[in-house]
Design a protein around this ligand. Structure first.
Ligand code: FCB
Length: 513
């Protein structure tokens, strides 16, 4: 995610009251008891869980951020391996060459996952580890690593959820124009087929592409992520279209090669607009704004506001008409058959939800009134990254996504970075992560109680890891990693999450230990 850091704005008193009263951080009306009839045990715990028994509880990671072993066992080079070597690109000049050393320590990490009671683990495959040149000959040792990982997860009772692409494009393909080339969907489809043939006797859950919006935004619009290019709008919109085509080809490849029935999704970053006040008018305005596609959503400044462009083609088979009209000559060229390729049948909608923006309805009586953005008030709660804490996003987001796309929703990422260190008692106390996660899960429970079908929740992240251009400065894990030694310490949140999972979410409103 490359959302801009928060901006504080001065608000009028009326704006402040409307924001602080109903929305954002406070969800005073929200109790698990609303989600399902409950009874209490003597210890005060709720006994009727807010999520179904087959809801998957897990954590999410990605290859470049955790694996390390950047040059080992025949792995090829990715754009990230190269980008981190360019001066000034990464905070403190850090690299992911070793990262969490998950490549060598995955067995220890799976023991932690088992202790936490995780029922799912999301990882991504490094494309150049499997195909060093991106196409052509397979690096069997690379594939074997993922095979061992899958076996170890299954032995621990944890469902593997495999992402095919989490931003580490093979450098060899980058040199052949990669996401700007109409050959890329075919290359990606071929890679998907190789992986599916090797793992689908055991892996049944697949995600094609992680966060196409953030991927294109970081890689080609702002250029703050690998490969670090700032292209003209027509070019990056072409890259976006090719990314959608690659998704479609990968779905076809998985379906054609899978040994077992596959559950396929697409992990999209979604940032809904949120009603600034608890009113039907603001809710309607927020809903409209969530799926609006004005031209300014296609420039770096507001890139992370756009949702419909990144979902409609995949789930509805068309781009938002208003976006195509606004983009004009910068809209991607759509060839015959493209939209059919992009619009494959999927099993769930994967949503990475970290937060949203506040809007309110325009004052009555205005002609052509549009929802208005409400700036976050000064002092609004922020994570260590500077991202606003807006749990309501986890209620309205899934609700509106389900309404519009009629798909089961899988929360494929959510979490926060916080200022964690090893305390004098040799433990890592992270009360803010616990509070953040509880608030977001309570909001999700509310969506569930209102009938939104939910497949699971994957916390970002299992481990503190390499946070892209921020290096190791943003700690997102439930497990602390002491980077000099790579020693792992489960944080308080890991213990809290374990208890939550054990109660199927019923211990949500009890608070931290
Ligand atoms: C998401 C990315 C993930 C991580 C988190 C914090 O946008 O998918 O890799 O960086 O943000």
């Amino acid at each position: 995610m490359t959302r801009p850091r928060s901006i504080s704005h001065n608000l009028t008193r009326r704006e402040f009251l409307s924001v602080s009263g109903a929305s954002a951080l406070s969800l005073p009306h929200l109790r698990v008891a609303e989600a399902a009839p409950t009874s209490q045990t003597s210890s005060g715990e709720q006994t009727t869980p807010p999520f179904s028994k087959d809801f998957l509880w897990g954590a999410a990671t990605s290859a470049y951020q955790i694996e390390g072993a950047a040059r080992e066992d025949g792995k090829g080079v990715s754009v990230w391996d190269e980008f981190v070597r360019k001066p000034g690109k990464i905070r403190d000049g850090q690299k992911g060459d070793v990262a969490c050393d998950f490549y060598h320590r995955y067995a220890e990490d799976i023991l932690h996952m088992r202790d936490m009671g995780l029922t799912a683990f999301r990882f991504s495959l490094s494309w150049p580890r499997v195909l060093p040149e991106g196409t052509g000959s397979v690096n069997q040792k690379g594939l074997d690593f993922y095979s061992r990982l899958v076996d170890a997860l299954l032995a621990a009772g944890i469902a593997p959820i495999a992402t095919l692409f989490h931003w580490d494009t093979p450098l060899a393909l980058h040199r052949r124009s990669s996401w700007l080339s109409r050959d890329m969907p075919q290359w990606f489809g071929d890679y998907a087929a190789v992986v599916t043939r090797a793992l689908s006797d055991r892996v049944t859950h697949w995600l094609t592409i992680n966060e196409p919006r953030s991927f294109i935004g970081g890689a080609y619009v702002t250029g703050v992520q690998a490969p670090g290019e700032k292209l003209a709008r027509a070019e990056y919109m072409r890259a976006a279209h090719i990314t959608f085509l690659a998704h479609g080809r990968a779905v076809q490849a998985i379906r054609a090669n899978t040994h077992r029935p596959a559950q396929i999704g697409y992990a999209c970053d979604v940032s809904p607009s949120l009603p600034a006040a608890d009113s039907a008018a603001d809710a309607a305005a927020a809903r409209e704004s969530t799926f609006a596609s004005p031209l300014d959503h296609f420039s770096g400044a507001h890139w992370w506001r756009e949702n419909a462009w990144w979902l409609d083609p995949v789930f509805l088979g068309r781009y938002p008409a208003s976006a195509l009209a606004a983009l004009g000559k910068d809209a991607p060229q759509i060839l015959a058959g493209d939209m059919e390729t992009i619009h494959q049948s999927l099993d769930f909608l994967g949503a990475n939800i970290y937060g949203g923006w506040l809007v309110r309805a325009a004052a009555p009586g205005q002609l052509n009134a549009q929802p208005e953005e409400v700036h976050f008030p000064a002092g609004f709660p922020l994570t260590a990254f500077g991202w606003q804490v807006t749990p309501d996003a986890m209620y309205w987001g899934p609700k509106w996504l389900h309404e519009r796309y009629q798909m089961p929703i899988f929360i494929t990422e959510n979490g926060c970075s916080s200022c964690d260190w090893i305390s004098l008692d040799d433990k890592v106390h992270d009360p803010q992560r616990i509070d953040f996660t509880a608030r977001y899960l309570l909001a999700l429970a509310r969506a569930s109680a209102e009938g939104v079908p939910l497949r699971g929740y994957l916390h970002w992240s299992l481990l503190d890891n390499f946070e892209w251009q921020e290096g190791y400065t943003q700690r997102f894990g439930m497990i602390f990693v002491d980077f000099p030694s790579r020693r792992r310490i489960p944080k308080d949140s890991a213990l809290w999450y374990a208890r939550l999972i054990k109660s199927y979410g019923a211990s949500l409103n009890v608070g931290p230990d």
